[in-house]
Ligand binder design. Structure first.
Ligand code: NAP
Length: 486
């Protein structure tokens, strides 16, 4: 028997089912913003706990059963699901859908793969229900105090849902960090790429830390000071800020710098891999995100690392760093340039997804709603919005005049950092892969010509010529004459 009275019918503005950390914080955020919030959880204990600990946050209407929860919602009903992603989400959707009526809205605010969201949206559309897959970024802190919210679904559902989501989202310069992203799975797609960019950002920051630690011999606190300084400039961002804080933290057990007692195996929950897998399907080179995701895999490849550590020679030159301040300045510039490339690649993926799935996504607005609440919030996101305001169809974010100017200031430093790391034997997968990508997209001619020739040789895959229209093939095993294909 629940320790709360049954809630009245048709009373709540919005409901949240799933009272673990994310769902309860989101519900409290709605309540603190003046909304009447229906609460539900599979096991009633979590709902009771929210009522016991947080009822002062606002008007809550808890229910023990899903049917009472649905009955407590004002029509058209809006129910947000915040449960474990995957099968549990499907189970809750089925239960909710069986209780809801035409025009009602089911929102999945968990981390779903956008393909699942597209499937669920199509299923529920047939039943006359709106299904909104919504990205929510900012972790538990953001859910409570203002996340960045990326809802997909129909425009019609956004008219009912949007004002509430905008109110509880983070705000920057008076603007909400929430907007309608696009139809069906667009919101979860954008959230996925957001997480991929987060992977690249975190990895390249860690590479800068690694070089300061190994090449300059600085301790964690000293490196924390550098990041704190960088946070006052173009690199100002949540991730740089928390990096400084983490590096300044001392482990309570050992008294050592906290970072030094953490096992160097980076875990992942899968959104980085989704971003890369989707990019491969779409043919979009997101090299920074991919290398960042693989860097976590390398870190966790214990048998390979143990074998490599024992026998692989370094054959590295120990390069002298004559000017420490110059080296740190180089790292700062390389970090900024690598970060710009990672974001540019991420925006390419969003543009390609929009094209493939027929979403009308305003790329500038995506950068705008990432300015607050989310993990990749950063000063320079305004610059991305401005670039897409100048040209909404910009084929390459880096080609905007602001970014070409900024990157030009960083290139010599970026090359010095990558060259130094390669010669000295330090792994810098994101610094290096983003530079290679940069050099590839600005190259007049790529060695892809030779790849095409090889493909034609062993597989008759054909090629095109620089000096004639059409598709060609060489009869390699015969007289090597060239034939034109239809
Ligand atoms: P979680 O640990 O992922 O899931 C626990 C919740 O799911 C509990 O309420 C649990 O109910 C419920 N649940 C599990 N299986 C169920 C089933 N078969 N039927 C009904 N309910 C079921 O919770 P969380 O950490 O708060 O995360 C919720 C969602 O947000 C997830 O999709 C997660 O990926 C996402 N998330 C997002 C962020 C972010 O920054 N945006 C951060 C963390 C998580 P019981 O109490 O009855 O077991």
């Amino acid at each position: 028997m629940a320790s709360f009275a049954p809630s009245p019918a048709d009373v709540a503005d919005i409901g949240v089912t799933g009272m673990a950390v994310m769902g309860s914080n989101l519900a409290r955020n709605f309540a603190r913003n003046g909304f009447k919030v229906a609460l539900h959880n599979r096991s009633v204990g979590k709902t009771e706990k929210v009522m016991d600990d947080h009822s002062a946050d606002g008007e809550f209407y808890p229910s023990e059963s899903m049917s009472d929860f649905v009955a407590s919602l004002q029509k058209p009903r809006v129910a947000i699901i915040m449960v474990k992603a995957g099968k549990p989400t499907d189970a809750v959707i089925d239960e909710l859908a069986s209780l809801m009526e035409e025009g009602d809205i089911i929102v999945d605010a968990g981390n779903a793969l956008f393909g699942d969201t597209r499937r669920r949206e199509a299923d529920l559309r047939e039943k006359g229900l709106h299904f909104v897959g919504s990205g929510v970024s900012g972790g538990e802190e953001g859910a409570l105090n203002g996340p960045s919210i990326m809802p997909g679904g129909t425009k019609q559902s956004y008219e009912r849902l949007g004002p509430m989501l905008e109110k509880i989202s983070a705000h920057v310069d008076g603007e909400p960090c929430c907007t309608h992203v696009g139809a069906d799975g667009a919101g979860h797609f954008v959230k996925m790429v957001h997480n991929g960019i987060e992977y690249a950002d975190m990895q390249v920051i860690s590479e800068a830390y690694d070089l300061m630690s190994k090449a300059l011999g600085k301790n964690a606190g000293e490196i924390g000071d550098v990041f704190a300084e960088w946070n006052k400039g173009d690199l100002e961002s949540f991730l740089i800020e928390i990096t400084a804080e983490v590096l300044h933290h001392t482990d309570v057990t050992s008294g050592k710098p906290f970072v030094d007692v953490i096992l160097d195996r980076a875990a992942q929950k899968g959104t980085g891999a989704w971003t890369v897998q989707t990019a491969l399907d779409l043919g979009v080179p997101v090299t920074g995100i991919a290398e960042a995701t693989f860097a976590r895999s390398v870190s966790g490849s214990t048998p390979q690392r143990e074998a490599g550590l024992k026998v692989l020679p370094a054959e590295a030159q120990t390069l002298e760093i004559a000017d420490e301040a110059q080296f740190i300045d180089d790292l700062q510039k390389a970090l900024y340039a690598a970060k710009l490339v990672s974001y540019s690649q991420g925006f390419d993926e969003i543009a390609a997804g929009a094209e493939e799935f027929g979403w009308d996504i305003d790329l500038g607005a995506m950068a705008r709603i990432w300015r607050g609440g989310c993990i990749i919030r950063a000063r320079f996101l305004n610059r991305i919005t401005e670039a897409y305001e100048r040209d909404a169809k910009l084929p390459l974010l880096l080609s905007d005049e602001y970014f070409t100017t900024e990157i030009a200031k960083c290139i010599p430093a970026w090359r010095r950092v990558v060259a130094f790391a390669a010669a000295s034997g330090y792994p810098v997968p994101v610094f290096a892969s983003t530079l290679s990508y940069y050099d590839a997209v600005r190259s007049e001619r790529l060695p892809a010509a030779l790849v095409q020739a090889q493909r034609d040789y062993f597989g008759a895959h054909t090629y095109q010529r620089v000096d004639a229209e059409g598709t060609f093939h060489v009869e390699w095993s015969e007289d090597r004459r060239e034939t034109k294909q239809d």
